[in-house]
Structures are given as C-alpha cells and as structure tokens.
Ligand binder design. Sequence first.
Ligand code: PLP
Ligand code: COI
Length: 341
Amino acid sequence: MEKKNIDWQNLGFGYMKTDKRFVSSYKDGAWDDGALIDDDMITMSECACVLQYAQTIFEGMKAYTTEDGRIVVFRPDLNAERLANSSKRMEMPVYPEDKFVEAVLKTVKANESYVPPYGSGATLYIRPYMFGINPVIGVKPADEYQFRVFTTPVGPYFKGGVKPLTIRVSDFDRAAPHGTGHIKAGLNYAMSLHAIVSAHEEGYDENMYLDAGSRTKVEETGGANFLFITKDGKVVTPKSNSILPSITRRSLMYVAKEYLGMETEEREVYLDEVKDFAECGLCGTAAVISPVGKIVDHGREICFPSGMNDMGPVTKKLYDTLTGIQMGRIEAPEGWLRTID
Ligand code: PLP
Ligand code: COI
C-alpha cells in the first residue's frame, strides 16, 4: 500500500478528508449492519435533534505505525465502553462495543494510506461519533441515530509540540456537579468555546477548570486531564465525578506503577496545593502528555521547577514509556494494542 504524499512532519491538529468513513443507522429500534462510504457530507432535517438540542457524543483515539511496520490502534475497547456510557447518559441507543471496535479497525484499514509513517511524529486520529438525526421539536431524545467513524492524520495538538504550556485558571465552569462532565458529549465542548477563545486572546494555551461547586479543586482542561508530580516523585491525578475518565491518564497511571515502579495517587487536588508540585502535564489522546510550565491564577503565577523550556524529567519518562508502548518499542500490556491485519 502506497502512502499519500503528505508532509507528515508539519501536520498540525486539523481535519483532512480521508477516503472512507463508516456509517451505521439506527431506526425502528435497531442498528443496521453499517458500511464504509465515500461521501463525507451528511444531509439531515433542519429540525434534527442534534441541530436543535445538541444530542451528540463522540470519541477520540489514534492509530500508530509501529517500529516494525504494523498499524495498531490503542485500547479501542475502552473508547467503546466510554461511548456506551455517554449514550446512556444522553438517552441514545448503545452501539454494541464489539461492533464499535470492528468499525474502528475497518475504517483505519480503509484509510491505511493516511496512517503516518513510523518516526514522522504524526498519527491517524480516529473520531467515532453518534447523533440524533430525525426531526424533534418538543424537548425529547431522537428516535433515529447515526453512528459514524472518520479518520484524519494529525500532528501535535498544541502548537510548539512539547514546549511547556502556559494555562490560566478559568472563571468559567466546564461541568456542573451532577451534569455531563464525565461523558464525552458535544455539549461540554460547546460550553468551553468562549472560554478557550478568551484564553487564547489573553495569550494562554488552555484553561484549568475548577470544580463548579466549590471552585477550590482542580478538574481538567477543555480536552485533557491533569497529571502532577510531587517533589518526591509521586504521580498525582485529580479525582472527580465531573471530569472525563481519560484513557491516556488511566494508561499512564498503570505505566507509572507497573513499568516505572512509581507511587500513584488519584485524589482530590486543591488549587492551593498546586504550587507545591514539581511538574505538571496535560494528558489525553490529542495532547499525549503536554507539559505545563506555568499556571496563572488571576495574576498569581505558579511556575513549576521544570521551567518553560523542557518537559520535566518524570513527565518525560512517562511520555517516553507510553509512546514507546504505542509505537511498539516497549512491550504493551496484554490487549492494549489492536493490530490492523
Ligand atoms: N478530558 C477531556 C475533556 C477530553 O476531551 C479528553 C479527550 O478525549 C480527555 C480528557 C482525554 O481523554 P483520552 O485520554 O481518553 O483521550
Ligand atoms: C481527544 O484527545 O481525543 C479529544 O477528544 C480532545 C479534543 C478536544 C480534541
């Protein structure tokens, strides 16, 4: 299979139309078999539930070319499970988890020529999503849905690659205490658009959201969970019912403990104690691990000892181990990589 002629090294995190996408429709209480199609356009009623009431959920994952030339997808079973949880909270039908994994692998296979080569620094981002498509005017869930998967080759999520980020403590909330922060619903991201635009206007890379109830505890950013490293080398991540259970974060906590022999802790993290950490990073599929150099809380600067030039040493070790597993340089735990045949 010949690769597309793409400048892989200089890709940003953007959308590029690839050849095939998967679509399956839900009607009269059942999913159809689904198929790979060429058309990237979707036609729907002006009154579709997704357009009027934002009934849409999604996932994000990546395919990698390994050192030995295989194409692998990282832990798609966990994305299948999370989409199922999102579906339940949004009153949407569950797309069967085994079929989800099958659809993802099929879509990657059909777009194999867009999977960036090993060592290019780019990956194939996979976006499964589901939305209510029939007309709905009274507030209620749709009866008809589409589940789709598309792919797009991507480079780093943050411009500047692995340069430490500057983030601010946001005055806007991302998720309500008993709301939808723990699922991957489009509405959470719509909520964050004004906050991210104003953060960028003020020169920040991202927002740190606090818990909406007390505004004292660290939650997450618009698209990634937090990891902190204590001065004695422990990995700490915030525990909250209103953040997205990041698959990258869960994988990193496992890697820290089982591969690097580090102590790990998932617990509430207060904004007041952030100044005492040695390193800070954002983790997610898109973000991988992006180091944070500075957090600004209404003019008060919290500068991490790791500085503004390089990733901190512990964050780097975690980064190297996780990406080593994803690219096949380090043996993966059983079941973490699904190879495309
Ligand atoms: N938090 C939010 C709000 C996200 O959008 C994402 C991205 O998916 C993450 C965390 C990281 O999750 P994951 O590691 O599963 O990609
Ligand atoms: C991901 O990391 O897959 C996400 O969905 C984050 C998104 C904000 C790009």
